[in-house]
Write a protein of this length. Structure first.
Ligand code: SF4
Lengths: 468, 201
């Protein structure tokens, strides 16, 4: 019998085209997702060296980062540089013949929401994209990670990547989650426990009862932020929940191919006794609704806590924490729930799926946004938007005073018109709280959709459990 | 791709941990369809005030470091997004080597595609190099990729580790797309095999 293997080992082994003596591998890529920001230079490179896209049928392009989320999608994008990038993608997608969802297609949305939604992402696949949150697709038991633009060009030209294998890391969340605690709280708490470099050089497999209990949407939220924990990718073994989600999607296998796929997918789990280089275990019961207080996703605390004293940290983190408090305009010792907010952003590839909108709507229903707070709900795709409208969620949000937007990355990163003004403070369901991420000098507190909704209603960071 | 063999140059000390890609090149500068020209916006929000004037406190604005070719930084350098604009901006500014106790994976890989050498060394060594860098433009660090050494201005030498394939490509300035395309027949047979084994993919 062969040695026991992890899920990561199995997917890796099934994609090695060639291996050199020093362990450098040529890895085959099943799906290549492309967006407008990190691809123009790659297509340009192909053109300059007279190369084609090797497998256009495995390549899926969609504009998301730059697109405005208001107005008419048939209109030209006003901002010139954004327009140039989106038009370049239009041109490249058509010229090279890849699958494409243009901005006025109802299936357009954030690339990491569109891929799974359309059934492009399947268990056991290798999935890459010139975007670090490609980790999201790991929720299906696919090996999915971000790549740079030179690698985008490499995949376009060869459908492979030159890679060395990462180490195996296991993150186990045991038991059940308490009420009001979500997938977002899991993933933020893991980063809080391990730090933003805790996963560096590793591929994380998330497992344990609390992970198993999550829906596909929740699992995507968890894997989405594997990168914030420094990991190359995050994985969750496929199970009935996965198959149920995938079945019937436009690009999912059908008939005999479905049966063949299913029997392969059922082999995708970590064998008993397989080796992990690093193991982290958290108890589901111990996880609380959390928020970030600083400018790194590891600056995370239960919402019941207080802003920490920089002196309580070690090494370089002391200065980093001082700088963070200064940037965030916070004082050590301040209660987190006393922090007033100016804006709320519900959306992004972390929390822009239908389940996220349902959860936020449940908190918001029948209430109004606090005076002076600006709230924005941005569905992750045109299809999520349509479904939310059908379910009456859009109405709940607009009745409460939220803006109901068109699909895109929106205020997750300030590359389109949706931005914070300097000094503005935002309760955000996105994944990065870096300086300037949501706008120059903008201040970001990361949290779950429920928690963001609660903050919108009260006007300050709030423990959503008190509103349930 | 540009070759990297040896480099003797001014090193700018930037002893912050978790220097992320948004700090290196804020997203408003990602709206380009070119690789060049990003150097003027490297570390933009730290380097410039809102009105466009320079922040005199930022290391790369100080006379000694305006022409720095090396950065010595804190752990987890380059964390955050996969944007290759970060190494493009670093390179366009004129920096060819970044030394830190650790790097984020994607950034680390991206450096090699652009002729930049990222060197990971233990914190205590990085501390010594940071102190040396603080001496200003007279203190030059020497990096020798072939020998895998970094030498301080007063002659202290430190060995660093690097993947042999990456080292080879950087020393020779090899374009890895060209290298991989030579393996087209292996890719063809992989695809053929996979079409039988996993026909749904
Ligand atoms: S939603 Fe945010 S994190 Fe996700 S792909 Fe868009 S910009 Fe990146």
């Amino acid at each position: 019998m062969s040695a026991p293997r992890t899920l990561y080992d199995k997917i890796w082994d099934d994609h090695v085209v060639q291996q050199d003596e020093d362990g450098t591998c040529l890895l085959y890529i099943d799906r290549h997702l492309v967006h407008e920001v990190t691809s123009p230079q790659a297509f340009e490179g192909l053109r300059m060296s007279n190369r084609k896209v090797r497998a256009p049928e495995r390549t899926i392009a969609v504009p998301d980062h730059n697109v405005p989320t208001t107005g008419n999608r048939d209109d030209r994008i006003e901002e010139e540089e954004s327009r140039i990038q989106v038009e370049a993608l239009d041109k490249n997608a058509r010229e090279f013949g890849v699958n494409y969802y243009p901005v006025n297609d109802i299936r357009q949305g954030i690339v990491h929401i569109v891929g799974p939604e359309q059934g492009w992402t399947l268990p056991g696949m290798t999935v890459v994209c010139g975007d670090s949150h490609t980790a999201t697709h790991g929720a299906f038991g696919a090996l999915a990670h971000g790549i740079g633009t030179s690698e985008v060009e490499h995949v376009l030209a060869t459908q492979t990547l030159i890679q060395k294998k990462s180490k195996n890391m296991k993150v186990e969340i045991t038991g059940k989650l308490p009420k009001g605690v979500t997938a977002k709280d899991i993933t933020l708490s893991v980063i809080g426990a391990t730090g933003t470099a805790g996963g560096t050089g590793h591929v994380i497999e998330y497992c344990g009862e609390a992970i198993r209990d999550l829906s596909m949407e929740g699992r995507m939220t968890v894997c989405n932020m594997a990168i914030e924990g420094g990991a190359r990718a995050g994985l969750i073994a496929p199970d009935e929940v996965t198959y149920e989600y995938v079945k019937g999607r436009p690009h999912a296998p059908k008939g005999a191919k479905w049966e063949a796929a299913l029997s392969y997918w059922k082999t995708l789990f970590t064998d008993e006794g397989a080796h992990f280089d690093k193991v982290v275990t958290l108890k589901g019961e111990d996880i609380a609704p959390v928020v970030t207080w600083g400018t790194s996703p590891e600056d995370v605390l239960p919402v019941t806590g207080v802003v920490p004293d920089p002196a309580s940290f070690k090494g370089g983190k002391v200065d980093a924490a001082k700088r963070a408090l200064d940037y965030m305009g916070l004082e050590a010792g301040q209660k987190l729930t006393d922090i007033k907010i100016d804006a709320v952003f519900i959306g992004s590839c972390t929390n822009g799926r239908i389940e996220d909108l349902r959860a936020a709507a449940e908190v918001v229903k029948g209430k109004k946004i606090a005076e002076g707070v600006r709230g924005m709900v941005v569905p992750g795709s045109g299809l999520v938007r349509a479904q939310a409208e059908e379910e009456g969620l859009a109405q709940i949000f607009t009745d409460a005073g939220f803006e109901w937007r068109l699909a895109g990355c929106s205020m997750c990163l300030a590359m389109n018109p949706d931005q914070l003004a300097p000094g503005e403070r935002c309760a955000s369901t996105s994944n990065r709280n870096f300086e300037g991420r949501q706008g120059f000098k903008g201040r970001t507190h990361l949290m779950s959709p429920q928690m963001a909704a609660a903050a919108a209603i009260t006007g300050h960071l709030t423990d959503v459990r008190e509103m349930m | 791709m540009d070759k990297f063999t040896t480099l003797t140059g001014v090193a700018a000390p930037l002893p912050l941990v978790n220097i992320d890609t948004d700090m290196i090149i804020p997203k408003q500068f990602l709206k380009t369809i070119k690789r060049e020209g990003l150097g003027k916006n490297l570390f933009d929000e730290m380097r410039f005030n809102r009105d466009g004037s320079e922040n005199p406190d930022f290391v790369l604005n100080q006379p000694a470091y305006r022409h720095a070719e090396i950065i010595v930084a804190g752990e987890n350098f380059g964390c955050g997004s996969s944007r290759e604009h970060a190494p493009w901006a670093i390179k366009d500014f004129g920096i060819r080597c970044v030394i830190a106790p650790s790097f984020a994976d994607i950034f680390y890989g991206n450096c090699f595609k652009n002729g930049i050498l990222p060197i990971a060394l233990p914190q205590d060594v990085v501390d010594i190099l940071t102190e040396d860098a603080k001496k200003g433009s007279n203190a030059r660090l020497t990096v020798d990729l072939e020998a895998q050494t970094v030498t301080t201005s007063d002659g202290q030498e430190f060995h660093f580790e690097i993947d042999s394939f990456k080292k080879h490509c950087l020393l020779e300035g090899l374009d890895d797309i060209g290298l991989t395309m030579e393996k087209a027949s292996a890719i063809d047979s992989f695809e053929a095999k996979n079409a039988t084994l996993h026909p749904w993919v």
